[in-house]
Design a protein around this ligand. Structure first.
Ligand code: SAH
Ligand code: SF4
Ligand code: F3S
Length: 440
């Protein structure tokens, strides 16, 4: 069957797309680049905000029209598929195959039975599943846990992905060893809260211990996301500092700088706690690159609350931030109990925050000018004459194509920086990679 998969949402969904691809390949699916050529179009969906849900609706609308003209099977998986909201959408748009984020290994059966509403409560077997290593990829994701045990009042993820389940450490290590053998040079450990890893299973290592074990496998770069400030222990800082493979990069969502808002969000920490964790991180890993997630316009957020978010931003001095306008999600406590702020107010605050982010990213990126960084080149950049890659701090870096022989790791001197990009030059002559340089 000619298959096309479209992925929305976070890295967990990208990883799940990799899993479902390998399931589909094992039952003979071929993959095509466009939905027009496909007999089966599968949407891997996200429900975290209103926007990705709207996107799925509009694509399903187009596919339903296409279906009236020809034989087409439509599938929907991922977080939205797990919700009542998503199941209604599936019914409306004549989705043929529906499966929740825990049922990926059942895709074959679901297609065979053209199952309209596959058992979404299917027990998650993915924690004990070792997928094949990706081929020809230098950078890869590894899931270390699924689900989330926190109850942030705005968030739908605990509903779509269920409570936290850690994967057995030996399976994680086996997966990473296979990746190393397949030529992967960077792994990103994935979970909603990677740093609470192991707490749900007696006898499992802590996340700090797991990082040390992963370091020993010997893949040159190890990154992880997402960390929760509550679980960012001193031992984790120590594990990062003493494991050379672990990159000097942390994504630590703060969401708000106001204690009042943090409390209404049920984030479980206060501003001072968060700042104390940043201090401990900077002491242990002085050249750390920091990014965060921030929600603006949470219900009840006053001008003063918002200004506290701005001042926290200045206190931390983030390298990068992902900023979101609060989106009321049906089924979450904040949707039920709090009243949404006017849209114009939220948009105005987002713009002010974006200004701050740009200033800081520019300033932070400028600090790298003249310094040497390790760039993982992935392919040709869309900017003419450049190859694109990213450094250990997750900054996107462009290098002149003429200095790059193929994908791989390069030492490069940063020559110029904008808020979004760094431009570098390869330092000295470097070993040729064997894979030809292709479009990323
Ligand atoms: N487990 C991670 C990521 C969760 S989803 C964490 O705790 O950080 C990624 C980001 O989406 C969140 O950090 C939050 O900033 C944002 N987000 C989640 N729900 C949202 C909502 N209802 N409206 C706006 N942004 C939201
Ligand atoms: Fe959502 Fe909070 Fe869990 Fe992150 S920690 S997935 S924001 S409930
Ligand atoms: Fe979206 Fe699910 Fe990820 S809701 S952000 S795809 S965990």
């Amino acid at each position: 069957m000619r298959t096309h998969i479209i992925t929305y949402g976070c890295q967990m969904n990208e990883y799940d797309t990799h899993l479902v691809r390998s399931e589909l390949a094992s039952i003979g699916a071929q993959f095509v680049d466009s939905p027009d050529e496909a007999e089966f179009v599968l949407l891997n969906t996200c429900a975290v905000r209103g926007k990705p849900v709207e996107k799925v609706r509009s694509v399903l609308g187009e596919l339903r029209q296409e279906k009236q003209k020809r034989n087409l099977l439509i599938g929907m998986m991922g977080c939205l598929a797990q919700l009542e909201e998503g199941q209604q959408i599936a019914r409306k748009f004549q989705v043929d195959v529906l499966l929740g984020p825990g049922a990926i290994t059942e895709i074959g059966k679901a297609i065979e039975s053209r199952s309209k509403f596959w058992d979404l409560t299917f027990k998650d077997r993915l924690t004990s599943h070792v997928p094949p290593a990706p081929r020809g990829q230098l950078s890869a994701f590894v899931s270390i846990s699924r689900g989330c045990n926190h109850h942030c009042t705005y968030c739908i993820v605990p509903t779509t992905r269920g409570p936290e389940v850690s994967r057995p450490p030996d399976l994680i290590l086996r997966e990473i060893e296979a990746m190393k053998a397949a030529g992967v040079v960077e792994v990103m450990l994935l979970g909603q809260n990677v740093n609470s890893y192991g707490k749900d299973q007696p006898g499992y290592p802590s996340f700090a211990e797991l990082l040390r074990m992963v370091g020993k496998v010997g893949i040159p770069r190890v990154k992880f996301t997402t960390s929760h400030p509550m679980n960012f222990s001193d031992d984790l800082v120590a594990a990062m500092a003493e494991t050379p493979q672990v990159c000097e990069y942390i994504h630590l969502p703060v969401q708000s700088g106001s204690d009042r808002v943090l409390k209404r969000m049920a984030r479980e920490y206060k501003r001072d706690w968060y700042l104390d964790r940043i201090k401990a991180i900077r002491q242990g890993i002085p050249d750390i690159v920091l990014s965060t997630d921030i929600i603006v316009g949470f219900p009840g957020e006053t001008e003063e609350d918002f200004e506290q978010t701005l001042s926290l931003y200045d206190e931390v001095g983030y390298d990068q931030a992902y900023m979101f306008i609060y989106s009321a999600r049906p089924g979450t406590p904040s949707y039920k109990h709090f009243e949404d702020l006017p849209r114009e107010l939220k948009v105005e605050r987002l713009q002010r925050l974006i200004e701050k982010q740009k200033e800081w990213s520019y300033r932070k990126n400028q600090n790298w000018v003249g310094k040497t960084v390790e760039v993982l080149v992935r392919g040709v950049a869309k900017e003419n004459g450049y190859a694109e890659g990213h450094d250990r701090g997750n900054h996107p870096v462009l290098l002149p194509s003429s200095q790059v022989v193929g994908p791989g790791l390069y030492q490069a001197v940063i020559r110029q920086a904008t808020p979004h990009l760094m431009f570098g030059e390869v330092a000295g002559a470097q070993a040729a990679a064997t894979i030809p340089l292709v479009m990323a």
